[in-house]
Design a protein around this ligand. Structure first.
Ligand code: SF4
Length: 473
């Protein structure tokens, strides 16, 4: 960072100090390469952080050391580069940010987190060959899932594997969800009923890992359909000396059978009542309202999903729910209703007894892939609708000048505004034409394979869809 920028008053001094400390070791130094990991046990892949592509975990390394789920030779060599003043090419996400502007990259933000910063000295004095227990861990045990959301794929959904095996790739120019490349790259998920050496290694490592964890998040697939998720909950419940600093987060589509929802609630209550974690957050997903939301996330029964959220928030008075909303072209017509629905939940359940006062957080992130389903494919006049939703969320924001706690936070508002800005970005005409062509091809095949009806479900988008079907490349 240039001297001029360092001197500007709006530079957060905390970030600047962290950047200076990192740069003392080298311009590529980043604590997240040690402290954070996402492990896809269903595919035997790992990465630190989540920006670089995943890489394969050799089972030979696991035999000697189960922490090779994180401390692979590949990753150790990247750490060596960082400690020797180089910038690993796999971290180009950060180098692009740093080279294109004077802004801080995630290298600084992640190294400044409470799960990284306190470990600076320890890591700086560690040799690159040493194993290191991460503090922020995300794990998927399997891809078993009862949903096959329109933008998802076989790596994360067993239902998608079944469909792709039966029907092959979708007839888009990119051959959406073709199994061929996954097979070729050795990334086909291991079936959840087969022996999985990565899961076996995880359980060998877990007792040691658990002690050091700051945050542990289980993703999937649908984690509540995986026996390993239940094993984690039972471990935490039965542990005589629990890690009370742990922030536990579990993803769920909340579309699982009722008995599993009830069992989940019981486990959360035990953990909450006995103060076995620092906080417990459930991450769930919905991208629109009613039938339109059901079309986007195939397998979702909207009313049951909403009832389950209410049930959990009623019966678990401390827990928080984050709704990860993948804002895509099909979200736009009903997003206003979703914003209203979430606001009602906030009104009903916000309480200072919860780990975080606001019971529910709407985390809107616009979809980037597959490109044919992004908001950018829509005719530009739809941007007006997104603008109105953003204005409305702003109106429902937490009041700045009184003590009421209910409402949308700045982050929730900004993320919807960001979607509006992104929608308006310029796309070359040929690219847009291809994306719209693929939109038509994809949803036509979707209706044929899944017995759905696009025009009936999205009458607002019917004319646009028909125009897409007419496009020839
Ligand atoms: S340098 Fe950037 S991409 Fe690499 S691990 Fe750190 S935050 Fe992630």
């Amino acid at each position: 960072m240039s001297k001029e920028v360092a001197e500007l008053s709006f530079v957060n001094p905390d970030y600047l100090n962290t950047k200076n400390s990192l740069d003392k070791i080298g311009p590529g130094m980043c604590l997240a390469k040690w402290t954070q990991v996402t492990i896809h046990l269903q595919m035997g892949q790992t990465h630190s952080c989540h920006h670089p592509s995943t890489h394969h975990i050799p089972t030979t390394e696991l035999k000697r050391n189960p922490s090779a789920l994180h401390n692979t030779k590949h990753k150790k060599l990247r750490r060596k580069e960082m400690l020797e003043g180089k910038r690993p090419s796999e971290c180009e996400y950060c180098w692009n940010v740093e080279d294109a502007s004077e802004q801080f990259s995630d290298r600084v933000f992640k190294s400044n987190e409470s799960w990284s910063k306190p470990y600076y000295e320890e890591i700086a004095n560690l040799g690159w060959r040493e194993d290191y227990n991460p503090k922020y861990v995300e794990v998927a045990f399997s891809n078993v899932c009862n949903f096959k959301c329109s933008y998802c794929g076989p790596s994360f959904s067993s239902k998608w594997v079944e469909e792709s095996k039966k029907h092959g790739a979708y007839p888009t120019t990119e051959r959406f969800n073709d199994l061929g490349p996954l097979i070729k790259e050795g990334k086909m998920p291991i079936h959840h009923k087969e022996h999985n050496p990565y899961v076996e290694a995880f359980w060998k490592w877990w007792p040691d890992l658990y002690r050091d964890l700051h945050t542990f998040r289980i993703t999937g697939g649908e984690p509540l359909l995986s026996k390993d998720t239940w094993k984690i909950l039972d471990y935490i419940i039965e542990e005589p000396n629990p890690n009370k600093n742990l922030n536990l987060a579990i993803n769920s589509n909340l579309g699982i059978p009722d008995d599993l929802v009830d069992k989940f609630i019981e486990k959360i209550q035990r953990i909450e009542d006995e103060g076995r974690v620092n906080e417990f957050i459930i991450f769930t997903s919905v991208d629109g309202w009613g039938k339109q939301a059901e079309y986007i996330r195939h397998g979702l029964e909207f009313n049951r999903f909403w009832d389950n959220m209410n049930k959990i928030l009623t019966k678990c008075p401390r827990v928080n729910v984050t709704i990860m909303s993948t804002f895509n072209a099909l979200s736009v017509p009903s997003y206003y209703s979703l914003v209203n629905g979430v606001y009602q939940l906030k009104k009903d359940y916000t309480s200072t007894d919860r780990y975080w006062t606001s019971a529910v957080f709407l985390d809107t992130s616009y979809l980037r892939y597959p490109r044919h389903q992004t908001i950018q494919v829509l005719p530009k006049y739809w941007a007006e609708d997104i603008f109105h939703v953003a204005q409305y969320v702003d109106y429902l924001g937490i009041p700045k000048f009184d003590n009421r706690l209910v409402g949308y936070s700045d982050v929730e508002i900004q993320k919807i505004k960001r979607s509006y800005d992104w929608m308006k970005a310029f796309i070359p005409e040929q690219q847009l034409k291809k994306q719209r062509y693929n939109f038509g091809k994809y949803f036509k095949a979707h209706d044929e394979r899944r017995n759905t009806d696009f025009c009936k479900t999205f009458p607002e988008l019917g004319d646009f869809y028909k125009e897409c079907l007419e496009i020839e490349l």
